[in-house]
Write a protein that binds this ligand. Structure first.
Ligand code: MSP
Length: 632
């Protein structure tokens, strides 16, 4: 780990049904940080990200916007890429599952599995969650219909499907999970192990009820099937390296992946299905799969309908991308859920970055100029301050093994901040101004040298988190951050003598929130298509209509819905219609409304009507329809 010659890491590929939000930025920034650290250590690193573009969810999202799936995927995929470029994410490849090379690779894998006898044809009948693109077993359903992961209603599907013999790999997967311990944090492994132990059913891996997906390999010759989007997506980690192409040198060089970073919601796909697919085609399994938690905003789940989804660009524009990166990594222990609040972000910037780090740098710049014309030397640091130096070196010892390679990035930063605190404490304890006053110039100069060296230790390690800011700080201390300086500093070499550079404060104090406040929409006014279909609408014909004497508003109607006998519906339309004009007209009726009593009369339905400043108008079919015809 970390000491290997190559390092291949990935983010999930993001669905293009929606624009990037903080969750996507979080995963990508973690991956970018690890990739940068790995490169800084001189490791040959390959960092993959991209977009997941097939499946029913994307097809429906595109349709809703009147676009073709490809047109829509092109548009949103470009938004992800633009954002990562703007954030200077150091990916080596951005893969799209609509890339022809990827499609070819998936077809090759499918054929391999098929030839091996791991795929057979059958029927799938059961629940499917389009939002998660996952098949849900009856025992997992919440309230007999909701998806256990996202809480949305599932759909019942019945279609011909090819199945993958997942059950065959159950023992091997368990063995791998238990012995190789690939899941980080380890606490997340138990849930996956339990899931496998409960028994793995064969997995449906093709769909026939829509078209937007990869066709089966032509050798199988079954054109109505498309590959299940998760099988398609997971193989991106191999196709990105050229699996299925004429040149598989990158596969040989970088596979197996050293790290897949994922959110907790998609751990099962990566830790159960993916290894099974790999075993089937005879490829080694990934070394680590790290699952992070979810972000909420001000304690609430983010959702489009609440209007509180965090746009990462908005945060970065207001506070700076590097400050935002620091916050995301420092605020929440990896694996735990986190809450984004602007207050917390401002506090991190003002306190951790401004006070602890920025001020320490400013203080030694000030003192170096005041007492020594800006000259800083490491000459006597060990002589006077060996305890402080040793304490800091102790913190750095195995730091990456203890924290970073285990994805404990918050801990990694916390430890670096202990080094800053040694520096801040040293100034308070030894009071350089008094040393100078007492004529102990050598000791005062050594103190500035100590602080410069402590800062250098922090700066090189912080570089993968805050690349530009740390480069500026390093420049002030007379060095540049690269693999060589990183190694020297980590090996305990002290800085060469240099003249410190005056730089403006790196973290100007933030006085007040800079983002525009969320306009809270209290009601969640979006419904799913399934929710809409819960409402039964039918064409009815008014066969009787009369005044409700005691009421100014109500008419009593008898409406024929093609049922045994007409229904009584009490409607508030008296001010707009004469009862006799209504008899014989057709109307639209909500026919599955719970019966209610209005002025003592049972009403068994409701008429659809529209009202504006010019009055009320019943909604009626353009042409007469058979009574009872459903409205869809
Ligand atoms: N396309 C699949 C992944 C296929 S990988 C072979 C997918 N895409 S996604 O766009 O829905 O989600 C991508 C990642 O974003 C997931 O790791 C998910 O956990 C993460 N997040 C989505 N919302 C999130 C938060 N609110 N907070 C943190 N991460 C969240 O799943």
């Amino acid at each position: 780990m970390g000491e290997c010659k190559k390092y291949y890491l990935t983010t999930p590929i993001y669905y293009v049904n929606d624009v990037p939000h903080i969750g996507h930025a979080y995963t990508t920034i973690i991956a970018d940080t690890i990739a940068r650290y790995s490169r800084l250590k001189g490791i040959d690193t390959f960092f993959l990200t991209g977009t997941d573009e097939h499946g029913q969810k994307i097809e429906e999202a595109a349709k809703k916007r009147g676009k073709s799936p490809k047109e829509y995927a092109d548009e949103i995929s470009a938004k992800f890429k633009e954002l990562w470029d703007e954030f200077e994410i150091s990916y080596d490849k951005f893969i799209r599952t609509t890339d022809p090379e990827h499609i070819r690779g998936v077809q090759k894998a499918f054929l391999e599995m098929y030839k091996k006898g791991d795929i057979y044809k059958d029927y799938y009948e059961g629940h499917y969650c389009v939002s998660c693109e996952s098949f849900v077993a009856p025992s997992q359903l919440v309230n007999e219909e909701l998806c256990p992961d996202c809480g949305k209603p599932t759909r019942i599907i019945k279609e011909e499907s090819y199945f993958f013999r997942l059950s065959k790999y159950q023992d091997k997967i368990l063995d791998w999970l238990k012995n190789k311990k690939p899941i980080l944090p380890e606490s997340k492994a138990n849930e996956v192990i339990r899931f496998v132990e409960e028994g793995l059913k064969d997995l449906s891996i093709t769909r026939t009820s829509f078209e937007w997906g990869i066709k089966l390999p032509k050798e199988i010759n079954d054109p109505k099937h498309v590959v299940y989007v998760w099988l398609d997506a997971l193989f991106n980690y191999l196709t990105a390296l050229g699996y299925g192409s004429d040149d598989e040198s990158m596969v040989n060089k970088y596979w197996p992946a050293d790290l897949h970073i994922v959110g907790k919601d998609i751990l099962k796909f990566h830790a159960v299905y993916w290894p099974a697919f790999l075993m089937s085609i005879g490829y080694p399994l990934p070394k680590k799969i790290a699952a992070h938690g979810w972000w909420t905003r001000d304690g609430e789940k983010m959702s489009k309908s609440k209007g509180n989804v965090i746009n990462p660009k908005e945060v970065a524009d207001a506070y700076g991308i590097e400050n935002f990166r620091y916050f995301l990594l420092r605020e929440v222990p990896f694996g735990a859920d986190g809450d984004f609040s602007e207050r917390a972000l401002i506090d991190r910037i003002n306190n951790d970055l401004g006070n602890d780090f920025g001020n320490l740098l400013n203080r030694i710049i000030g003192m170096a100029y005041k007492y020594f014309d800006g000259k800083v030397t490491s000459k006597d640091v060990e002589k006077y301050y060996i305890n402080e130096l040793s304490e800091a070196r102790e913190i750095l010892k195995d730091l990456e093994q203890r924290t970073l390679w285990k994805m404990q990035l918050h801990k990694f930063l916390e430890e670096l901040w202990k080094i800053l605190s040694i520096g801040n404490k040293a100034i308070d304890t030894y009071k350089p101004w008094e040393l100078v006053k007492n004529g102990e110039l050598e000791k005062a100069a050594a103190l500035i040298g100590l602080i410069a060296n402590l800062l250098a230790m922090v700066i090189v390690n912080l570089h993968p988190v805050m690349p530009k800011t740390t480069q500026k700080a390093a420049k002030a201390l007379g060095f540049e951050i690269n693999a060589e300086s990183f190694k020297n500093i980590m090996d305990g070499k002290l800085l060469e003598d240099f003249v410190i550079e005056k730089i403006p404060p790196l973290f100007p104090k933030i006085e007040k929130p800079l983002m525009k406040p969320v306009e809270k929409k209290e009601v969640d006014n979006l419904i799913t298509i399934d929710e809409f279909f819960k409402v039964e609408l039918k064409i009815g014909e008014i066969v009787e209509a009369e005044d409700v004497k005691k009421s100014k508003k109500l008419l009593r109607l008898m409406v024929d819905l093609g049922e045994e006998k007409p229904r009584q519906i009490v409607a508030g339309i008296k001010e707009y219609y004469n009862p006799q004009d209504l008899v014989g007209t057709q109307v639209c009726v909500v026919s599955n409304l719970k019966p209610a009593k209005l002025m003592g009369m049972i009403s068994e339905g409701m008429l659809l009507a529209a009202k504006d400043e010019n009055g009320l108008s019943l909604i009626r079919p353009e042409k007469r329809k058979k009574v009872g015809t459903p409205i869809k």
